[in-house]
Design a protein around this ligand. Structure first.
Ligand SMILES: Cc1cc2nc3c(=O)[nH]c(=O)nc-3n(C[C@H](O)[C@H](O)[C@H](O)COP(=O)(O)OP(=O)(O)OC[C@H]3O[C@@H](n4cnc5c(N)ncnc54)[C@H](O)[C@@H]3O)c2cc1C
Length: 388
């Protein structure tokens, strides 16, 4: 049977709706938020009203009853215009709400998901620490169960955590060592820490190269006490859970990277037709045409890759390797497209008022966040049967 990569009418309608929203609402405003390094609450509120934060969750928890493909489509269309907005959605859904949906108790789902799906509350996922990122099994944050009060007592710190310090952040799910196995290896668990819990400190936002309208912070935990019932999933399963969450998250980041790559094509194509040099549009030069053809090819193959991985996930098929391939490819070509888009724009490409300047600054993190390109290569090689 032939593969059909076309979207269903429902998916196409969603894609078009988000495309219009990105063009009409995000594009005119986001540059100013970005310049001021300000979180765009009004745009996020609007995205909440549209149901974007609830896309892949069932209606019983306030979601839209869609799937991961739907989330990817929304992320791609948003990132075509702006990546801060797209990563706020990606992290809110894939890292904030998804761990609770996938592994939480019925009570946790009912308590947290409806507000998260409505975009009224953001959740964050705290895995990375100052001393460990790629090697997240090296988590140093600890959580000890106080049997007398039935509370976890958490100590440690996390860094680079997205959506962790906005006015609407309601919780961060953190990984922490809750014990040791017989061989001495850590037992890592995931625990929900509501914002405002005493001892839980959220630092000021980082000064970043890109994603300047998104919220990223360092967190510290000093004898933070939360109820034993805040454990997400089984004790000691936190590491395995987060690996699964990151496998899915890679598809979402890949869709976002594809959007940035396509946004570079959109902006550059327009500019190549308008900008004149030597008495004719720069787009009449084959050197510029070839750049644009390569950029279009990049966005096209990245789109096929993330949609293939997403369809496998939606159909319940293995998708780990495809998600890593999609993430590696799309983030690589996003950086390539951003570099070429800036080149096509000449000096104007170096001016922040041009969207491609923002895209260039936003592209590099795609090769780092939710698993670096080296980590993707390690995963792919492992799936190919190679061991180190
Ligand atoms: C803006 C931003 C937002 C983020 N949001 C979140 C979030 O919401 N939640 C969260 O938990 N984390 C978040 N992160 C953290 C991100 O996931 C990590 O930065 C990333 O996983 C890399 O970890 P690291 O920075 O510790 O780099 P390291 O792990 O120290 O890696 C440094 C370099 O060494 C390479 N390397 C490491 N090990 C190997 C190896 N075995 N073989 C070959 N090369 C290797 C890496 O690929 C990299 O190039 C965010 C980061 C940023 C910058």
């Amino acid at each position: 049977m032939a593969l059909d990569h076309r979207l269903t009418p429902e998916h196409e309608e969603l894609r078009r709706t988000v495309e219009e929203f990105a063009h009409d609402v995000v594009a005119p405003k986001i540059g100013d938020f970005y310049e001021r390094h300000e979180f765009p609450y009004e745009i996020v509120r609007e995205m909440g009203r549209m149901g974007l934060f609830g896309l892949p969750f069932p209606e019983e928890y306030g979601g839209m009853g869609g799937d991961y493909l739907a989330l990817g489509l929304a992320l791609e269309e948003l990132a075509r215009v702006d990546s801060s907005i797209a990563i706020t959605l990606e992290a809110g859904v894939s890292l904030g709400a998804m761990p609770i949906y996938r592994f939480g108790t019925e009570e946790q789902k009912r308590q947290w998901l409806p507000r998260m799906c409505a975009g009224e509350m953001l959740g964050a996922f705290g895995l990375t620490e100052p001393e460990c990122g790629s090697d997240a099994g090296g988590t140093r944050t600890t959580a000890v169960l106080d049997e007398a009060t039935r509370e976890w007592v958490i100590n440690g710190s996390k860094c680079f955590i997205t959506n962790s310090g906005t006015d609407i952040t309601g919780l961060v799910t953190v990984t922490a060592v809750t014990g040791r196995k017989e061989d001495g290896a850590p037992r890592i668990s995931s625990i929900i820490v509501p914002s405002g819990t005493p001892g839980f400190t959220v630092a000021a936002p980082y000064s970043k190269v890109g994603w300047n309208a998104s919220d990223t912070r360092e967190l510290s935990f000093s004898d933070v006490r939360v109820p034993a019932a805040n454990l997400v999933g089984a004790e000691g399963r936190g590491y395995a859970q987060f690996l699964q969450i990151l496998d899915e998250g890679r598809i979402a980041i890949s869709a976002l990277a594809t959007g940035l790559a396509q946004g570079c094509v959109d902006e550059s194509l327009k500019y190549a037709k308008e900008r004149h040099a030597f008495g004719r549009p720069i787009g009449t030069n084959q050197a510029i045409q070839f750049k644009l053809a390569d950029m279009e090819m990049n966005a096209y193959t990245a789109r096929l890759a993330w949609r293939d991985a997403a369809s496998r996930l939606v159909n319940g098929e293995p998708f780990k390797k495809q998600a890593a391939l999609a993430k590696l490819h799309s983030s690589t070509i996003a950086v390539d497209n951003a570099r070429e888009a800036t080149q096509i724009h000449g000096g104007y490409g170096f001016m922040n008022e041009y969207p491609v300047a923002r895209m260039w600054r936003d592209s590099k993190i795609l090769e780092i966040g939710e698993g670096t390109s080296e980590v993707q290569r390690m995963l792919i090689a492992r799936e190919m049967g190679l061991s180190s």
